[in-house]
Design a protein around this ligand. Sequence first.
Ligand SMILES: [Zn+2]
Length: 349
Amino acid sequence: MEHLNHLPVPALHRLERLPEGFTDTPVEKIGSILLGPSLIWIEGEPGPPLFVSILLHGNETTGFDATQRLLKAYDAPRRPLPRPLLLFVGNVAAAGLGLRTLDGQADYNRIWHDERYPEHRLAQEVLAEIAKASPLAAIDLHNNTGKNPHYGCVNRLDDATLSLARRFSKTIVWFTEPHEVISIALSQICPSVTLECGVSGNAAGTSHVERYLQNCLELSAEELFTPPPNHLSDLFHTTAKIVVRDRLRLEFGVCGNEADLCLRKDLETLNFERVPEGAELGSYRGNAPPLVVIDNDECDVTNRYLRFSEERIFTRLPIVPSMFTRDVRVIMQDCLGYIMEPYEVKGTV
Ligand SMILES: [Zn+2]
């Protein structure tokens, strides 16, 4: 990935207190309160803090909305929280415009490993501060653009991590790629989860996240990290991602003559469903297959999962997809979606 015309990377702002107006400012105006990516310490009863990150993707606002409501309910910062909160507000500039990332920026959830982009320095600085604070647990809040259940993602399969995810949802996804995400870096420091909270702006999603964060502030560490009784989960392992070849014109449903790739209209409804072998995903024009499947070792495994026949696309194996979306900008910036397989952990969550 190259970044010609790279935007200057804003410096990290460290705040020792929640700024006035934070809980009342709409997300598109957040730039009037925060001057850029900000790490905010919010006072609580003595003990290790909870780390929460929001708006790593600027158009994923449920974490922001839920945090605002939570802090308001506790009357922060006038009264201490049940435990301190170390809050990272990531891509403030993109949030102001309602975009995942701005053109010329690295994706703020792909900068937590390596040193290629200028944004990696920001990430290293944030990680150093978090490590210094020795948090009890870390929670990174996201939304999907497609139709998905609420689910928690883990990068390790220990009891503490799985319990943290299970408290949010019965549906849990274990992934190791992309490895540049913040939750993997944080999993070296403390139990760490990524929560996928449905689509942005959904009121039920906001309430769910607010209740979850409240539990994380109020429960003892032992309660938080002990798998609840009757804790059967649907655990999936992400094995590959599906990307669309560069510069193709992509449409959904009934497609015009201009479309190079035409995917089925109801693609999003397949998320977390068991899709059988031979299911048709769409059609395309031309000779080169329009979709590429890449496994966790960066190998092209397209032919293992997909079959292309007479300009139509079929599954070659039964698959469980996630994050299928119809948002073409997100598809081209990131991917069409992921392929998962059911996974069993014996004797834990
Ligand atoms: Zn995201």
